[in-house]
Write a protein that binds this ligand. Structure first.
Ligand SMILES: NC(=O)c1ccc[n+]([C@@H]2O[C@H](COP(=O)([O-])OP(=O)(O)OC[C@H]3O[C@@H](n4cnc5c(N)ncnc54)[C@H](OP(=O)(O)O)[C@@H]3O)[C@@H](O)[C@H]2O)c1
Length: 325
């Protein structure tokens, strides 16, 4: 029976990567010419993948210094993010821009928004894909100030010109986070923030790609607003318990950092001018797992955007898949 559940999970995981039934009908497609900035990083490839699967015409912007090889079917424009002309020329004739630029490069996004306006782009999806900065506590965290400035800029543009926007909140990346973020399955390591009891919204990279497609296929319903998606709302403790069943219970290193201590250290370091990974860790932990920071979405736009909720069986299958990789 347990074996059957496992097999079912894995086959469900395959369908979780390729959900034929949730691929959004091409009849409803509208914003078909899409530019993705920052497409070669952690998140970008999953966005490109889903856009291609859903038949979008995809162009990526990549820095002139970058030698990344993009998948077949993608047009590549090497741009100078400091040049309005370079960006305008790359955006001419496109319907939408999706930014997956890293937090430390959001200055580039400001000019990208200006260029999108000048080029007559209709929809801008800024680089977000994480914590809900409409939550007042989250909005006070220094890490998110550049993202909030982008929202303000986009809101202003939406009242002045034809550029509309959609902001996508997803919570922490689930699959990526279990490898490189809050835990490392292969290394049997986890940080259980405040004991790991807090329920949080979390989304896999393929589902984020699907959410982007859903927004572009529902441009009216998603116009000038925030959307929230998650695959599952669960606790870190629950994930650890499932991981132990998959990997065996022994050899796990379980850290239990205090979010309050981390946050205090992060603020101290930030006020001293630091902006490195250690400094941002407390802000990320608070926004994702701290109480009162909006880390669990009460309501989601999953249905609108065609994102099925993940069952615990599928989550177990994903853990199994990452462990076996
Ligand atoms: N919720 C979560 O758990 C989570 C986790 C990670 C990230 N995120 C969010 O997801 C978004 C994308 O992050 P990411 O981790 O995918 O980004 P990333 O991998 O660090 O970078 C994405 C791409 O941006 C380009 N890039 C890098 N530095 C740049 C610079 N200084 N100027 C211009 N372009 C630059 C590079 O592409 P080229 O070399 O092709 O130019 C890079 O591959 C961000 O908003 C981030 O906050 C959320």
């Amino acid at each position: 029976m347990a074996e059957y559940a496992e097999i079912t999970s894995i086959s469900m995981l395959t369908s979780f990567s390729e959900p034929e039934e949730t691929t959004i009908s091409s009849k409803t497609r509208y914003m078909s010419k899409v530019v993705v900035a920052g497409a070669s990083g952690n998140l970008g490839p999953s966005i490109i993948d889903q856009l291609l699967k859903n038949g979008f015409d995809v162009t990526v912007l990549s820095r002139q210094s970058s030698s990344h090889i993009f998948p077949e079917g993608v047009k590549v424009r090497h741009v100078d993010y400091t040049s309005r002309d370079s960006l305008c020329s790359a955006l001419a004739g496109k319907n939408a821009v999706v930014s997956a630029l890293p937090t430390h490069a959001l200055d580039c996004q400001t000019l990208l928004i200006e260029a999108a306006v000048a080029a007559g782009v209709q929809r801008f999806i800024p680089s977000e894909f994480g914590s809900d900065t409409t939550n007042p506590n989250c909005a006070l965290l220094p890490l998110f100030q550049n993202k909030i400035l982008a929202h303000e800029m986009l809101k202003e543009k939406a009242t002045q010109c034809g550029l509309s926007y959609t902001i996508i909140y997803t919570g922490p990346f689930l699959d990526w986070g279990m490898k490189h973020g809050f835990m490392n399955i292969k290394g049997k390591f986890i940080d259980l923030y405040n004991n790991g009891d807090q329920i949080f919204s979390t989304t896999t990279l393929p589902s984020i790609g699907r959410a982007v497609c859903g927004v572009l296929m529902k441009p009216i319903e998603t116009r000038n607003r925030v959307v929230r998606v998650h695959d599952i709302a669960t606790t870190q403790k629950r994930i650890l318990s499932m991981a132990k069943r998959v990997t065996g219970p022994y050899g796990w290193m379980v850290n239990k950092p205090s979010i309050e201590d981390m946050l205090s250290n992060s603020f101290t370091a930030y006020w001293q001018g630091m902006q490195d990974v250690d400094t941002t860790a407390g802000f990320i932990a608070a926004a994702s797992w701290g109480r009162g920071y909006g880390g669990v979405f009460e309501q989601t736009d999953n249905e609108l955007l065609g994102i099925p909720m993940m069952s615990e069986d599928v989550l177990r299958g994903l853990i199994h898949f990452l462990w076996e990789q």
